[in-house]
Unconditional design. Sequence first.
Length: 364
Amino acid sequence: VPIDELHVAADALIKALELRQKYMTLALQNFNRTTGSYLGAVNSGSLKTSGAKAEQLHSVNCPSSDYPHDSPKESANPFEVRYWPEPLEVKLKFQKGIMQVLTPTGKSVGNDWKFVVPSVDTYLDDYDTIRTFVANGPLKSFCYGRLTYLSSKFGLHSLLNGSRESMEQKLVSKRDFYNVRKVDTHIHAASCMTQKHLLRFIKKTIHTKGDVLVCEDEKSGKPITLKQDILTNVFLPLFEVTADPKSHPELHAFLQFVTGLDCVDDESKSDKVGFNRTTPTPENYSQSENPDYAYYIFYMYANLTQLNQFRSYRGLNTLALRPHCGEAGHIHHLISGFLLAENINHGLLLRKDPVLQYLYYLAQ
């Protein structure tokens, strides 16, 4: 690779990682500490190209105190919720599809606390920037070469040390890696009720709210996508329980053990409605076709960012965004996942794009 193209590729990768770091910081999601150390060193100019060792850089920016080895705290009842903050009188209101947390007088919550969410324009600009990087020919060649080198290096390491490392793993006391029981803690809402529960809900709703139009436009009679209703049903209870945990005590207790939210759909369906600056906001979205994947992920991320900042202000745990992404469909879904999601599920399509695959490797 020519030296000028190498500099262009390095600048593009650093820019992409900085964009991801910006979105992770706003949403209070985790960003890889090692990658963050290198980005900080590059920006401060402390990273020298003449023989700077990764071990030295890592040890300077990440002291051993960042990796404690404490034993788990013993508790008589691990499911007991001890922290119940006092109710906070706030006004919850959706504006342009994003929840706003205000005091009864209409001011922001907290004296020095300002909840910040990136705008649609900012997100679309950053999205287009990553799309430009993905289509860059020299950057593709550079990333493909790096991935090939890393794969070959790991293959050589496995051939030389695989059997020895396998034996050492088996000899470690109290850490039986091969016979440990794997527990799937991924909760699918489709499994939370039986057919009988669903039938009971349908019959009750018909009797109590039989005259309510659920998915039809009153004027045209055509089916519509209730985008704002989806956001309201998901996020409004989460904001309410954050403001007043005793309003939904069971939900408050449940959230103590939830680490993230998923977003699942059939990605193979084509995105007929693109996401741009003219796309209606969720409360005004009335088209029969589903919006773009990037549209869904952005508004989930924006509301989760507000929720995490509010929960952090209240001293509660925060949640991560971990959507299904890259299993099928368009490769651009992975751009949204790279910018907005702490982790993704699947990512099978990464093998088709070396730039995104290398970016995910650097940011994992």
